[in-house]
Every structure is written in C-alpha cells, then in structure tokens.
Design a protein around this ligand. Sequence first.
Ligand SMILES: [Zn+2]
Ligand SMILES: [Zn+2]
Length: 332
Amino acid sequence: MKLLSVNDNGLYCNVGDFYIDPWKPVKTALITHGHSDHMRWGMAHYICHHHTVPILKLRLGEENSVQGVEYGEEFEIKGVKISFHPAGHIIGSAQIKLSYQGEVWVFTGDYKLASDGVSQPYEQLRCDHFITESTFGLPVYQFPSAHDIYAAINRWWKKNAEEGYNTVLLGYALGKAQNMLAHADRTIGDIYLHGAVANVNAALNEVGYQFQGERITSDTDRSRIKEALIVAPPSASDTPWLRKLKPYRIGMCSGWMQLRGARRRRGVDMGFPLSDHCDWKQLNQAVLQTGAKKVYVTHGYENVFSRWVAEEYNLQSSIFKTLYNDEEEESA
Ligand SMILES: [Zn+2]
Ligand SMILES: [Zn+2]
C-alpha cells in the first residue's frame, strides 16, 4: 500500500485525497513551511502549522482559506491520521506524519537536526517510510555549529564598525534573517532592516515573535545609518537601495558558502556557511534514527544520497522527483 506518491500536482495521498506541498492548484494542501517552493498559490484549502499562517497570508493573500494546527495535534482525513512535527528548518516548519492501517509515513519537508536557537528544534520520529530532502546530500557538506557562525558574524560586524563601515548581511527574509537578528549583538551598533525582512518580522509578531531592528523606509535618514548592521535578502545585492547605504562591507549567509569560490561568485566580501538544511552527517543520522525500511529521496542530490542509503545501510531506497527548487537557499 503506497500511501504517498508523486503525480503532476505534487505529493499525493490517494487514500485521503489530499496533497503535501503541491505545486499546482488542488483542493486540500498540507503545507510543511512558508518557503515559496513549498507553499504555492491557488489551493482551495491550506493546512499548516499555526506559525506559518501569518506567513501564508502575507505571501499569498489574506483571503485564503487556512487552517492552523499545533505540533503533535492529531487529526484525520478519510481515515488517514495526520500530525505535524517540528522540522527545525525555520519558524513554523513541520515534518508531516501520516498513519494508515498500521503503516507510518513521514515527509520531512526541509529540515535540519542542529538547533538554530529560533525555530522549534527537530523532532526525531520513527516511521516505516521516510521521505527526505537532500539539498546538501554530498559528503563535502559539513556545516560548523550555528553558534560559532553567529559569533563570527558579530566579530566581523565589530571590526567593520571600528573601521567606519556598515555591515550588510544577506540572507533569506524568512529563516536566515530571523536567525541573524536573534543572535546579533546589539551592543555593537544599530540594526536596520530591508522592507522584505521587516514584513516577515511583522507577520511573525502576530504569533508572538519579536525581532530587533528598524525598517528602512523612504523617510529614513540614511546619514544616521553608521557602523550599523543591515539585514537584507540576497535580491537586494547590487541595487540602488543598497548603494545608498555606503560605505559598507557585505556578507552572505548560506550553506553554499561552504564551497570554495562561492563567495567570489556572489561578489560579496564575506561568506558565512549558515544553513537551514541538514548537512551530510545529519541526513545520515536522520535516516538511521527513523528506523524506516523504505527511504525516498527528493529535493537536492537525490541520486547520490539514494544510492548511498541503499548501498551503505542496505535499505530500500528510491527517488521522488519533485519541483521543490530550493530558491530560498540561493543555489550555487
Ligand atoms: Zn525551505
Ligand atoms: Zn525547499
């Protein structure tokens, strides 16, 4: 009995007649998290963790039909038991667990095992069938601890400030930006936000999150912005908006920054390998600890990781071809 399979619209549960993170408009969509490759426009009804609700309304519109659920809360659609569990990827991100006739399936969405200090830490689940992403599914990816990176960012900001520069940190507006803000050392200087980041923060504020930083608007007196930290999405690089904040040094936070040459290709002064995904070791650990007998790999280096799981651990493994494109991680 194959409870989940991929069709033209997305990851489909035929027994329950619903989808998970579909890429075409469908009736019922369970959504793992608010990144644009997983949460798309046009579903008649969305079900997501309740911290994702304001993000969905911000990005897809207030008028959408959205149902928020708690982590661990169990509900049923046509006899399929469903629950959302922390994925540790970004605020509100969830693994989705389905149980039917004694078989348990888990779809991770995007996830990481290492805690970022902001999103609810990953919960290790047990299941029979495990569908995992593989964004960084190559042995070369071994991320340093996030706390070491936050410390390195603060040291770099301090040095830039002492030398009379602003510090611009580029990272995705949902996820990276909140992690950077939560760990930025306010004693070094003032913190300013690009509008895209400020909008996400305002949405998250509705469900109780508070992040430091002042929104830069057209009225903001730019001459006041000195030795400051400015948090902006990668799309802000090389724009007139950014050039008005000179003099600055610019850093990029992304798992891809671990690769040699990535920083130069992005045209930034500094790269921080801060990732919201599992590295190689974490992927392996997650697969083994689920106890799953069948693994499905998607979203990344699926060929490499699927073959590895089959040969190294003697597990059944196959590939799910999906349209998740990892645009939030700014691929290499
Ligand atoms: Zn994501
Ligand atoms: Zn993704």
